[in-house]
Each structure stands twice: as structure tokens, then as C-alpha cells.
Design a protein around this ligand. Structure first.
Ligand code: F6P
Length: 486
């Protein structure tokens, strides 16, 4: 990729890598949560990234007012890995876009929750408007040779909007959530369906986490617009567009070396002291109905019911991180989880022991790593998940190669993590059995599985992921140019 060195990389995502908070007139920066942000930030902080591009930009919507941004940039000496270009969007429009079409229509549908989908023409209009605002911003910034990398379902229409204004632009798109089967996708209103697929086909390269998602997408393109494909290349009116799989990796080193950090050591000691003599099962998720938290609790309850010999000998530490709080389905989920935790604890607690230790809050990096390291079992059972980076973080954190991962077969990560105990997350008998197997697994078997899992994580970490995507984007562009000049 020698020719990249003189070029600029422009990342575009709905969320910026940080939030700006203001307290008593003082503005401070808070890193955003979430897989996309942590993956791209890790990559950008690596030396490879600084040598690879002339400049790196990150364009995203601002969830802070313009005045706060101005105050911050005037005073701050913080050097970020990216130049940041925030987009300020009218709050009412943003809410209809984010809480409406993005997270009450696309999110439930793409995660196979069709009965949760809201159909509202106004939220689609807001979605179009926000995508257009992003396109306007990019039109002000783009220069010949720039590489544009657009991320996720909030910006499906953007590739085509940019293409219309810049026919020669180099545009990559990556989807961080599942791409569903056509039978699910077709439930969208007809004009929305067509606009979404046309929007995506504005890109040169479209990346997904798994081969299944690629196949679903290719079939959908044929069914919605009639464009055929060969070897994952779509021919859209003589423009060749590639769709391929790029399973998102993590910054393995960041997690594997965290065991040396003093604050992690301290927290881990505290956890081990608190739960002395007990096995620890751990899970952490954003509060989301897709994460399968209530089913997971049912599996744990069934385990306690079937195996009384384990009562008082095991504790389930379950952390749920607040997310999308305005949307009613999220709030309802929180109530359901809390009722269920209360019920299980009410039924099984003794004076010395509480089976579920539930926490509804954000975790610091040190707390997260300490919990990854101190737990005997990582119980990660989403009902659907594009990838699930928690599973990868858990494995990367096990520097001593102990511990067992129980993973839902409906997470994208399952296709790369066959040494985990794979479960159907809605089957409480299967989850209960997996918990038992994990707690009884010999240290030698734990190690054998962890060695394989860790090796695969290292072979395709976040830097490989970025390099692989950008190299293929470059290749695809070269092939298009060759085809046009033929
Ligand atoms: O998994 C898709 C995703 O958009 C991630 O990129 C992000 O980490 C997560 O969902 C949370 O999204 P939001 O930006 O809505 O908090």
C-alpha cells in the first residue's frame, strides 16, 4: 500500500471517539464506550497508522454543543490520534434519527426482532436528513486521493450520497452489526429497502464480520435491485463493488498486558478476597434486548436448581452498562432484568451468600480487566450480535491461559471461536449444562482451549483488520480503474 502514504484517511461514524462533558464551566473529555470506537482508536494509536497516512481525520456527530467544542479546542493541548471534525445536528432531528430509524427500526430488524420494529416515515426522513448532513460536511472536506471509510448502520445512505458528488472517490463501508437474511430485510418498506441498498452500493468495498452476512447481503442486492454477483463482486450497471468478510479483531496486547497494571492488580486482589473459595462467573454487556441477559439469568437459575451442590460455591457477577436509555424497549428490559435478579437472589440467597451480584453502571478499564482476569467462566450469550468483542477481550485477558468461555452460537465471534463452549442462548438447559462443564473443566483442558483461541486472536488483531480492509479497498479501486480503461 505504498501509495497510501501521501493520502488522507477519513473515518466516518455516527459516534465520535469521545464525549465532551462540562462541569462548573470546565470542559473535559470522556472516551466513548463501544466496539467500533475502541477498535479504531487502538489502531490509530499504533505507530503503523501514523506512518501509513499523511493525515487521519474522524468525522462524527457531536453530542455536545458547538460552544463547548469551541471552548475545548481553544484551551485543550490534548493531542488526539485523529483530527476531529464534529457535525452539529439539530437535536430534534438527531433524536428522530438515532432513537427512531437507527435504533427502533434498523437495530431490532437487523438483530432478528421484527416484532420490535417501528415503522415511521418521519424517522426515515430524519435518517435521510442526517445522512445528507454528513455528505455536506464531507463535500467541504474531501480532496482527490482521500480514502473514506464509513462505518455502520447509522450511515447506510452516505456512500451513494458522496458518490453522486464525487464519482471517483475511494469509499469503504463496514457494517458492525449482522446483515440479516433477505426474509427479514424485506420487512422494511419498499422505498427504504431500495434506498438502503443503493446507498451501500455507492461504496467500492463493503465489509462484514462473517461470511454469512456477506451472503445475506449479496442475495438481498439481487432480490431488491436485480444486480448479480460473482466471487463476491456485484456488477451494478457496470460498476464493480466488492463485498467481503473482515472479522473485527481487538487490541490483544492492551488486554494481555493489563495484568501488570497496578490498579488492575489491586482490583483483582480485592475481588479474589471478596469471593474467596468461590468460583466466579462473569458477564458484561450494554443494556440491550439483543444481549440475552434475561435468558442468561434463566440459564443460571436452572443451573442452581439442578445442582444444589454448587450453591454457596459460585457467584455470578453480572454487569450491565447503561445504553440508549430514552428508547422504551431498553427501559422495559432493565425492569425485567432487575426483577429477575431480585427473584433469583430472593429464592437462593443465604445469610452468607448471594448468587447474582448485579451492577448497572459503566466500568473503568481497570475494573473490567480485573473482572476478566479474576473470573473462572466468561458467560457471553447474546441472542444476536454482529461480532461481540467482549468474548475476545475475555480471552485476550487470560494471560495465564486459564478460564473458560461460554459463547452464544448466534454471535459473529462464534465462527472464529470454536474452542469456546458454544450454546444456544435461549435454551436454559444447554446454558445450565455449559456452566457445569465450565466449572468442572480441568486446568489442562482450559489451557489447551485458551492457547488456540489466543493464537487466532493474535493472528487477526485490530491492526490486521484495518490493514486488510484498506489493502482490499485499494485493490478493488485499482481493479475498477483497470476495468474502465479496458
Ligand atoms: O455494535 C454496533 C454499535 O453501533 C457499535 O458500534 C457501538 O459500540 C454499539 O453499537 C453502541 O452503539 P451506540 O453508539 O448507539 O451507543
Amino acid at each position: 500500500m505504498t501509495q497510501l502514504q501521501q493520502r488522507r484517511l477519513i473515518l466516518v461514524s455516527n459516534r465520535l471517539p469521545f464525549q465532551l462533558l462540562e462541569k462548573n464551566g470546565k470542559v473535559s473529555l470522556k472516551e466513548s464506550d463501544g466496539g467500533l470506537v475502541s477498535a479504531l482508536k487502538s489502531f490509530s494509536e499504533r505507530e503503523e497508522a501514523s506512518n501509513l497516512f499523511n493525515e487521519k481525520w474522524w468525522v462524527g456527530s457531536a453530542d455536545f454543543p458547538q460552544a463547548r467544542w469551541d471552548k475545548f479546542t481553544a484551551k485543550s493541548k490534548v493531542k488526539h490520534a485523529f483530527e476531529i471534525s464534529p457535525i452539529f445536528i439539530d437535536t430534534k432531528v438527531y433524536n428522530k434519527y438515532y432513537n427512531g430509524f437507527c435504533n427502533a427500526t434498523l437495530w431490532p430488524l437487523f438483530h432478528y426482532f421484527p416484532s420490535f420494529v417501528e415503522y415511521d416515515e418521519n424517522t426515515f426522513k430524519a435518517y435521510e436528513e442526517v445522512n445528507r448532513t454528513f455528505a455536506d460536511k464531507l463535500a467541504e472536506m474531501l480532496r482527490p486521493g482521500d480514502i473514506l471509510w464509513i462505518h455502520d448502520y447509522q450511515l447506510f445512505l452516505l456512500p451513494q450520497m458522496v458518490r453522486e458528488r464525487f464519482p471517483d472517490a475511494t469509499i469503504g463501508f463496514f457494517l458492525h452489526i449482522p446483515f440479516p437474511t433477505f426474509e427479514i430485510f424485506r420487512l422494511l418498506h419498499r422505498p427504504w429497502k431500495e434506498k438502503i441498498i443503493r446507498g451501500l452500493l455507492g461504496a467500492d468495498l463493503i465489509g462484514f464480520h462473517t461470511n454469512e452476512y456477506v451472503q445475506h447481503f449479496l442475495k438481498t442486492v439481487r432480490m431488491v435491485l436485480g444486480f448479480d454477483h460473482e466471487f463476491r463482486v456485484v456488477n451494478a450497471d457496470n460498476r464493480l463493488i466488492k463485498a467481503d468478510l473482515f472479522p473485527l479483531g481487538i487490541d490483544v496486547q492492551r488486554f494481555s498486558t493489563a495484568s501488570n497494571l497496578p490498579e488492575v492488580i489491586e482490583q483483582k486482589e480485592q475481588i479474589s478476597k471478596n469471593f474467596e473459595g468461590k468460583k466466579i462467573i462473569f458477564s458484561v454487556d450494554r443494556l440491550d434486548y439483543t444481549k440475552g441477559v434475561t435468558h442468561r439469568l434463566a440459564g443460571f437459575e436452572r443451573f442452581l436448581e439442578l445442582h444444589p451442590e454448587w450453591r454457596e460455591k459460585v457467584v455470578f457477577v453480572m454487569v450491565v452498562v447503561p445504553s440508549r436509555q430514552i428508547i422504551s424497549k431498553y427501559n422495559e428490559r432493565r425492569k425485567l432484568i432487575e426483577e429477575q435478579v431480585g427473584r433469583i437472589n430472593g429464592k437462593y440467597s443465604t445469610l452468607q451468600w448471594q448468587p447474582v451480584l448485579y451492577r448497572y453502571s459503566h466500568l473503568s478499564f481497570a475494573e473490567l480487566c480485573a473482572l476478566y482476569q479474576a473470573s473462572d467462566t466468561g458467560l457471553i450469550t447474546p441472542l444476536r450480535d454482529g461480532m461481540n468483542l467482549v468474548a475476545k477481550e475475555y480471552v485476550a485477558s487470560r494471560a495465564d491461559q486459564s478460564g473458560v468461555l461460554i459463547l452464544s452460537e448466534l454471535a459473529g465471534a462464534a465462527s472464529e471461536m470454536g474452542e469456546a463452549i458454544l450454546v444456544n442462548p435461549v435454551d436454559k438447559e444447554e446454558v445450565a449444562q455449559a456452566i457445569l462443564t465450565s466449572l468442572n473443566m480441568s486446568p489442562a483442558d482450559q489451557k489447551a482451549n485458551m492457547v488456540q483461541l489466543q493464537k487466532r486472536l493474535l493472528d487477526y488483531d485490530v491492526t490486521h483488520w484495518v490493514n486488510d480492509f484498506l489493502r482490499q479497498l485499494d485493490d478493488t479501486k485499482q481493479q475498477q480503474i483497470a476495468q474502465q480503461t479496458r
